[in-house]
Design a protein around this ligand. Sequence first.
Ligand code: ZN
Length: 755
Amino acid sequence: MDQALDHLVNRAIAAQNQHQVGSLADGFLGERSGFARHRGRHKTRSEAAPCKRRNGTLENAGGVAPQRASGGVIDQDRLAKQRTSLYVTSVAHKIEVLRERLRHHEYLYHVLDAPEITDAEFDALIRELKALEAAHPELVTPDSPTQRVGGKPREGFVKVPHSSPMLSLDNALGEEELRAFDQRVHGLLKPDEACAYVAELKMDGVSMAVHYREGKLAQAVTRGDGSIGEDVTENARTIRSIPLQLKGSHANREARGEVVLNRKAFEKLNAEQEAHGARLFANPRNAAAGSLRVLDPAITASRQLEYFTYFLLDGGAPVHKTQWEALEALKNLGFKVNPNSRRFESIDTLAAFCKEWEEKRDSLPFEIDGVVVKVDSVEQQNRLGWTAKAPRWAIAYKFPARQEETLLESIEVNVGRTGAVTPWARLKPVNIGGVTVSRATLHNEDEIDRLGVQGGDRVLVERAGDVIPKVVRVVRQGEHRMPFRMPRHCPVCGGEIVRPEGEAISRCINTNCPARLKESVLHFAARGVMDIDGMGESLVSQLVDSGLVKNVADLYRLKLEDLVELERLGKKSAEKLLANIEVSRKQPLPRILNGLGIPFVGERTAQFLADAFADLDKIANADEEELQRAEEVGPKVSQSIQRFFHEKRNRDLIERLREEGLPFKYQAKRKAGGPLAGMTFVLTGTLPQMTREEAENLIEGAGGKVAGSVSRKTSYVVAGTDPGSKLDKAQALGVKVIDEGALRRLAATADERSG
Ligand SMILES: [Zn+2]
């Protein structure tokens, strides 16, 4: 890696006039310690003028040495041209060097799980690349690491046929059926012909095919019905373990695999869903499927999906002679492959492997629901062939569902950290697959109705997908049944419990409910909300448990002596934390609104409300009709806002925050600091996919300005078909002309590692 980079860097520098380009390359490279050590080799540094950075873009700070022309005349024009072309060439090199470096670190982090640099360092590299690309949109390519999230939300997904059918597999339930499969295989091969198998853990996710043309990511297609899937390319691009460019290959390839969400990410996602009053996902597979098929790639990007591959094809057929080689090749191309795959020459050891994982499945960070067994040799696979539905050379060894029957003693409720009141079943303890289960979730009132379950019934309980155990069905009704009724008041704080119309979940609406408080504080302090760095889960727990924080406003009254008494918080960290809290006082109204944790009011809605009302008091006092004047605010959201501000405790909290001097007024303004900040655009002609209004929104949303006429101050002219005189003027003035694609890439906003 470093050698390849060295080569590029050396070329960039050696190929150019040292005085002119060396300064640029040096200024850039000097910031990265990894490169700094190679710098001494080039003499350019001491001679070159230093490179200045302004507004995140690199500028050639007079790197051109005056020519000692013998005639005494300096050809300024020629010099200027030379300077421009050299500048662009060197920028192209720099961009490529940065991209290589970023790809390498993405691979280390997302595929090998072995990062070598911190997230902050990674983000700094991304920002650096974005700045360069913003100054040179003509150099932006779809495989640049900045282009993970570039596409816009779409209306629907295009149907795409698969290169060859993505068939489902037959199942084997238990060892006996696995051995029967082995018998069938041998029955179809020659007598005494050896047959090796590859066993791969069957990850519980969503199948997807990813196509590469000349080594670059071209298309991603969901399994669909097996013959035709949906084009989810823009969403798949956001999955960091999917390389945008194959490692060391420019071939046409298709990688098939499974999009999965690990348990941790799944739990985090559901906690967020709950916090925002959104539907919970039943299991990681549903969550992965839902995340892959959302219309907005930015949402996919935020979900921490991973992609594990298991087939490598070209033109719908395997590239390698064996499955085992294919797995190796996938790894070498930069894909993630489940490390627990094994090759077996005997059915006995294979069966033992399946049994072993049936017991060890809980030790993995992912859900698995079985083991996929494939005949290793592709030549044998071809001879074995397919039935109408499935290949004869592979089978899915399924782990049995873990269910047991027991007595449901009573139905109780639990107040979650976000106020959601969730009914659960108290069970007579029962052993299910080695785990003693004494409670199971019942999700919500609708689920209880659907099951028709009451206290005293005999029920079947399942540890499904290893999430929380659930009640599958009533086996026998009890003699003395106790129907469930949702309590009206919170069992923790006595606050009102409300189930909004059309919602499945009931909630305690008291923000100060101790059950809710920790989550409220965490949400308030979170990155992107009030940005109080250092306010982690264990600290918040201590603050709430010790009584120091009874609502989020109390954060602003914390003193150093309070904090240093807490466990594991040194004086230095306490001082730092206080400084961070102090800084957060200046967060603008949309952040505060989001921080309050009003159900259905997330970042986006908070922004729209602030834009529309510009004043927290006006929002708090607005009636439903007024509230609905804000963008995207409908009856559900406006009711939720009203209910929130109606609660006395919440009004008290608002007064406390006012006393602390948080800004309740807001001046709606263009987003500052977006990728297009400081740039002016002129639109001309018809763009292929966007209306003029959409293009304007895109530009302004990313911090840019749209002007009506071209001048020297215009940064870019965006030209579509049938452009007018503006295009001529742009050319006359030397203003850069770009197309819709370049504009989109320029405006792409997601540059965080995990979204
Ligand atoms: Zn409560």
